[in-house]
Design a protein around this ligand. Sequence first.
Ligand SMILES: [Fe+2]
Length: 198
Amino acid sequence: MLSVIIDTADKHTQSHSFRVSVISEMIASHLGLSEKDIENIRIGALLHDIGKLGISAETLNKIGKLSSAERIEISEHTRIGTNVLGSSSSRVVDLLPIILHHHERYDGSGHNGLSGKDIPLGARIVAVADVYEALTSDRPYRKALRPSEARKNIIDNSGTHFDPDIVKIFDVIYPSLLREGPMFPSATLGASMVGTGN
Ligand SMILES: [Fe+2]
């Protein structure tokens, strides 16, 4: 339910967190991680943008080019989310690295300057899922890319933005990610889960 609230706050990204979570869980499963690690990545992905709740709606929902001050404001969502969630309960401690580091880049040019395998694994997984989902979704300022175009973007940025090992796994699960495929629940499923209590 919290992830639906997060997605509602950012009108550009309806059901984004839910779909990022589905993709992240698939990658984590293919990596053969433990059930606990997969569950942490699934939930961490659902909440990865929780810090956007601390960003002004005006900035978050602005259509058009962001000023450098607005870009900095939005970039703060990783730190805000970590602080907010981290102060809520010690049980979420394993989710915090995903939230804090999901905008790192493998070459070290991301939010906090971590690089390579120093970036927590969950954050490296969510980074790939996050960008693929964003590229294949409509935005007010551009149409969604075709899945094949988004896949090419992910592969082209392997080793610079993304961990090459995660990109390899992404490419294995890619056929399952096509929008109409049975492995990729529709956006309405995420919303319906709130009403049914599932
Ligand atoms: Fe984010």
